[in-house]
Design a protein around this ligand. Structure first.
Ligand code: HEC
Length: 257
């Protein structure tokens, strides 16, 4: 006599749901915003991770994923060569590559790299151990922009020309209190964009000349304060210098007007 293990109601409901999904999944259905194809290589599929994370993603977002074999047409693909690193396990560091701009695939990429997605990956267990971990600091992946100006020259120029208002180097003092210091500006995620174009950002246009870049001050509107002249090369040097400044340690994000 074979006695069957009782199937819990919850598990049965899950099975019914999976079956229903399979039945409702007509082959070749037009890929719309709410479903996309994801190529999953064999070793990853066999690890059980996709089966674990994909339904959780779908439940959360209403976006359905059809798993396809690598090499077939797909809006996104797991692989080891291209794309953003997403997790490590089953003998490889896995990356997610997206082909095109499918909104569902974009949503998946966003979810997978979010805190919730990452926790879902690391909470996957087989026999009490978690076979997948996160790739070491994803930030390393982002290519750090290079500033090839001369940082030492940048320090001198900044102190001489910007130091009238900005604290450039807190150890050297200077500046005026109402003006944000360079270490404070350095905390902004787009500090480089701001420094590259500072001459166009208020209050600088009123007193700053970049030869070959800015218009000469109108003759009838001479600057009310002693003007500064900065060459494009000097701006490059300032960028290289500011890149190396330690950002100020702020309790709360800075608000610029
Ligand atoms: C006469 C005073 C003065 C001088 C000189 C000056 N700045 Fe400023 N700068 C300011 C003030 C004031 C602000 C803050 C503006 C604000 O809060 O909107 C500022 C803001 C900035 C910002 C942030 C701008 C933004 O909108 O995000 C950058 C970057 C900057 N300055 C770079 C420089 C550099 C580089 C130099 C030297 C080449 C320089 N400044 C010289 C007064 C000055």
């Amino acid at each position: 006599m074979v006695s069957r293990a009782p199937i819990s109601g919850c598990l049965r409901a899950a099975l019914v749901l999976v079956l229903a999904l399979l039945l409702l999944w007509p082959e070749g259905l037009r890929a719309d915003d709410r479903r996309f194809r994801l190529a999953v290589p064999g070793p990853l599929a066999e690890s059980g991770l996709p089966e674990y994370i994909l339904p959780r993603f779908s439940l959360k977002t209403g976006v359905r994923i059809e798993v396809v074999a690598p090499g077939t047409a797909a809006e996104a693909a797991f692989g080891t060569d291209e794309g953003r690193k997403v997790f490590v396990g089953a003998g490889a560091t896995w990356r997610l590559r997206r082909g095109g701009d499918h909104p569902g695939a974009a949503r998946f990429a966003e979810w997978l790299t979010s805190e919730i997605g990452q926790r879902t990956v690391t909470s996957f267990e087989v026999d009490g151990t978690a076979p997948f971990s996160l790739p070491e600091v994803a930030a390393v992946e982002e290519e750090a922009p290079e500033y090839d100006g001369d940082a030492e020259r940048g320090a001198r120029v900044a102190q001489a020309k910007c130091g009238r208002c900005h604290v450039v180097d807190p150890e050297r003092g200077g500046g005026i209190a109402s003006t944000p210091s360079f270490p404070v500006l350095r905390t902004l995620s787009d500090w480089d964009v701001r420094f590259q174009s500072f001459y166009a950002l208020n209050p600088h246009p009123a007193f700053t000349q970049v030869p070959g870049v800015t218009e000469a001050f109108a003759r009838h509107l001479p600057p009310a304060i002693v003007p500064i002249e900065v060459s494009p090369g000097e701006i490059e040097a300032i960028l290289a210098y500011v890149a190396g400044i330690a950002p100020a340690d702020l309790g709360a994000p800075l608000q610029l007007q």
